[in-house]
Ligand binder design. Structure first.
Ligand SMILES: [Zn+2]
Ligand SMILES: [Zn+2]
Length: 235
């Protein structure tokens, strides 16, 4: 199908997704982009920002047991919310380009810090959405992000999970209900093997990523890295 959004975005002068300033190329304007900084360092268990470098776990995570071996978070949700929403709600090509640019920038920074280890990682996968939602929305933003991540890390992207139940949107639920809302809602397809990077756009309580990681581990994966582009803390 012809992508009319892409044609329109190319044909007309565009505006910066963040400040609305007119720009001649799509994406975010340079002054907005310069202000967006990746999370400098974070807890490798919950992905929340830390002031003292990358650590295996933070004070809140000492006793936390997760199915993910590590959590990587690239940006604070508040800093990139316009881009996330633009990708999610409008499937904007500009938002996709901006996302590509931001993920690349964050990975480059991590490469210099040598904290993200890809040993044993076979492929990249993503949090699926239920087929009904996919039918209405026509795309899954986590899949779009997984494709960007796979390209940048030179790893194949494979669909490994399906969502078997249509659940309520996690953002509409209070913290205590988010775990039960996603419990046993994923099913593994394509036998997962070795290490897998599991991608989602936003993580708040980690319930979704952890439930999906549980499903992949039980189906045979031996290492799961949960990667969220935007880490939000529940407020
Ligand atoms: Zn701007
Ligand atoms: Zn932590």
């Amino acid at each position: 199908m012809i992508n009319f959004i892409a044609i329109l975005e190319r044909a007309f002068p565009t505006r910066c997704i963040i400040c609305d300033k007119t720009i001649n190329h799509f994406v975010v304007c340079n002054s907005c982009l310069a202000k967006i900084k990746p999370i400098e360092s974070h807890c490798l268990k919950c992905g929340l920002s830390l002031k003292t470098g990358f650590h295996e776990f933070c004070g809140n995570c000492i006793d936390k047991k997760l199915y993910m071996d590590e959590v990587w978070s690239l940006y604070d949700y508040r800093d990139i919310s316009q881009i996330i929403l633009s990708l999610k709600l409008r499937r904007s090509l500009r938002a996709k380009k901006a996302m590509e640019q931001l993920i690349k920038y964050a990975f480059l920074m991590r490469e210099n810090q040598q904290v993200y280890n890809l040993d044993g990682i076979n492929c990249v996968t993503f949090i699926p959405i239920h087929w009904k939602k996919r039918f209405v929305r026509e795309f899954n933003q986590a899949e779009i992000i997984a494709n960007i991540v796979g390209k940048l890390l030179d790893k194949p992207v494979k669909k490994m999970l399906i969502k078997t139940k249509s659940t309520e949107d996690q953002t509409a639920l209070p913290k205590e209900k988010r775990k039960s809302n996603v419990k046993n809602t994923f099913k593994a397809i394509n036998k997962p093997e070795g290490g897998i990077i599991l991608v989602d756009d936003v993580a708040t309580t980690l319930s979704t990523l952890n439930e999906a990681a549980k499903t992949l581990k039980r189906a045979g994966a031996n290492k799961i890295i949960g990667l969220c582009v935007a880490r939000s803390s529940y407020v």
